[in-house]
Design a protein around this ligand. Structure first.
Ligand code: PEP
Ligand code: MN
Length: 353
């Protein structure tokens, strides 16, 4: 829909606009109002170049797209009926919980093995473990490829599918060759389009699931959905959208919690939303409430950092990892709330003493 700055286009302007849209297989349909005339673009109006050319005209106020530019991620796409399954869980049928360490300590693999058993016992469905870490400070521990073996050993010991972040194509290849079930795209790489495309290409034809974090800085939802479109456009629709808080932070929290975007995402796209409360708030004491808020907003899953001994962890674990008992209580409450939201649990079962 084209809205001119004036009440209507002059014949010369109309000719110029028509000459822009026709090569893209579109035509203009004027909609004449009492005061103002606007112009519908009839045809496939998603071409970015056509929109850019129209927006570049000095006499055009706005060009509103009716069709979504994210044709695969759009709620109305055929993919809306696609169900993503991971281990024993099908998204949408049960709350998915990913839990585990921020960072695997290659010198102390037993911590991950114990954490893996503990998160499984607490009710988690997927084990997370950072092998390679995106660290703000170049002198901080950057992760270690040896940790990949530790993660896969934890999978063998517990049967839990595993999730690890990859930041480049070498890590991507190593993770896929090792059999990692879920690839995480971190907040710092959420808009790295060549990495998103490489992941999309690499997971096409596989069952691998991609957990796409929201970009670190508060960007429009369409930017987040477009990043997912990059991956899905290569043929694997197993993508989960993960709000994890944005910058600038809310004073006292690590980031600005953004679980409240869940219903907005679900209105625009069919993709399941898996909220990360750990990086949103950044302190273990605040994580359970943020996790429950996410479920109340309609999240399909949670990604929570947990460690058998948080104080002995590396990376974020000393600050924000939940202990197994707190994780178990949080998962139990979150699952009750999830069932309540779907009308299958009595309200009084919530928050049992
Ligand atoms: C993480 O999951 O440990 C992590 C680094 O997350 P994010 O990319 O959201 O900061
Ligand atoms: Mn972390």
């Amino acid at each position: 829909m084209i809205l001119p700055k004036s009440n209507r286009l002059t014949p010369a302007q109309l000719a110029e606009v028509t000459a822009i849209v026709e090569p893209f297989g579109c035509r203009l349909q004027p909609i004449v109002g009492a005061v103002r005339t606007i112009y519908a673009i009839v045809g496939d109006e998603r071409d970015e170049l056509m929109i850019n050319r129209l927006e570049g005209l000095a006499y055009i106020d706005r060009v509103d797209r009716i069709q979504s530019p994210h044709k695969l991620m759009d709620r109305r796409s055929d993919l809306a009926s696609h169900r993503i399954a991971l281990g024993k869980v099908t998204l949408g049928e049960e709350l998915l919980v990913i839990a585990g360490q921020c960072t695997i300590d290659p010198k102390n693999p037993n911590f991950l093995y114990e954490t893996a058993h503990a998160v499984k016992e607490a009710g988690a469905n997927v084990l997370r473990g950072g092998v390679w870490k995106p660290r703000t400070n170049p002198y901080s521990f950057q992760g270690d490829t040896k940790s990949l073996d530790i993660l896969m050993e934890a999978h063998r010991r517990t049967g839990l599918p595993v999730d690890a972040e990859v930041m480049d194509e070498t890590q991507l290849r190593l993770a896929l060759d090792a059999g990692v079930h879920m690839l995480q795209v971190g907040a710092r790489n959420a808009l790295n389009y060549s990495l998103l495309s490489a992941i999309g290409r690499a997971v096409a034809g596989r069952h691998t699931v991609v957990l796409l974090k929201r970009g670190l800085h508060m960007g429009p939802l369409s930017e987040f959905i477009a990043a997912a479109e990059y991956i899905v456009s290569f043929g694997n629709p197993n993508v989960l959208l993960c709000p994890r808080g944005t910058a600038p932070a809310l004073d006292g929290y690590r980031n600005h919690p953004d679980e409240s975007i869940t219903p907005l995402l679900k209105e625009k796209t069919w993709a399941p939303v898996v909220v990360d409360p750990s990086h949103s708030v950044g302190k273990a004491a605040y994580v359970p409430a943020c996790a429950l808020a996410a479920v109340a907003y309609g999240a399909d899953g949670l990604c929570i950092e947990a460690h058998v001994q948080p104080s002995q962890g590396i990376g974020d674990d000393p600050k924000q990892a939940l202990t197994p008992d707190v994780l178990a209580e949080t998962i139990s409450q979150a699952r009750q709330l999830w069932r309540l939201r779907r009308g299958s649990a009595p309200a009084q079962a919530l928050f049992s003493p």
